[in-house]
Design a protein around this ligand. Sequence first.
Ligand code: G3H
Length: 252
Amino acid sequence: MRQRIIAGNWKMYKTIAEAEQFANAVKQAELSATVEKVICAPFTALSALSAILKGTEIKLGAQNVHFAEEGAYTGEISPLMLKELGVDYVIIGHSERRQYFNETDETVNKKVKAALQHGLKPIICVGETLAEYEANETEAVVRRQTEAALQGLSAEQVSVSVIAYEPVWAIGTGKSSTAENANQTIAYIRHVIASQFDQDTANAVRIQYGGSVKPDNVAGFLQQSDIDGALVGGASLTVEGYLGLIAGASTK
Ligand SMILES: O=C[C@H](O)COP(=O)(O)O
C-alpha cells in the first residue's frame, strides 16, 4: 500500500516572513496522518521553515539542486547544503526548469543520483507540452523522460523516489487533465518502470499528478488506481488551500 503524498510547490513565492506565518498557522491545524505532507519552498525560506516545522509531520522540500557536492558553480545549491537544512525532498526536472533554465534529461538524471546519494528523496517531474499532447506524443515523452531520469539507479533508489506527472498545458492554467486521463498516463509510467526495473519496484514507487489541482478536485485524482498524490502550485500557497488539499487527499 503506497502512502499518499501531497507536496506544495511554492515556486518563486513567499518571503521568509510570509513563509514563517504560513508554517506557524499550518502547525496549529490537525492534519491527517494518512497523508504524507511536504512543502517545497524557495531556498531562502528553508532555514526558517526547518526551525518551525521541526518535530511536526510536515516535511521540507527544495525545488532544485545541483549535482555536485561543492565547486565553482555560482548561484547553485548542493545536496549537502540542503541536507544540512533538514530538507527531505527535492523537486527535480520541473517543466519550468526544463523550459526556462535549460534542464535536460541528462542533468535531471545527474541531479536525481546526487540527491539519492545524499539521502534526499527526489520528486522527479515528467510531462508533455501542449504541442506534444496534440501530436499524441504523451506516452513517448513520459517514457523518454522517466527512463532517462532513472537510468543507473538501483531498484531500491527508485522505490523511495517520487514521480510527478505534470502535463505542461495543465500547469497554472486552471485546465486540469481529467482524473481518468491522468491515471492512464500514470499507469503507463508505472509500466515503463516495470520494464526498466521490475514489477515490485513499479508497484512501490509513488506517482503524483500535478496541474491545476485544488482542494475540490484532489480527491477525484486520488481515487484513481495509480495516482498516489499531487504536486500542487497555486492552491498550496494559502493556508486554507494547503489544509484543504490535505483534507481532500485523506478522503477514501
Ligand atoms: O509543481 C506544481 C505544478 O507546476 C502545478 O502548478 P499549479 O498547481 O499551479 O497548476
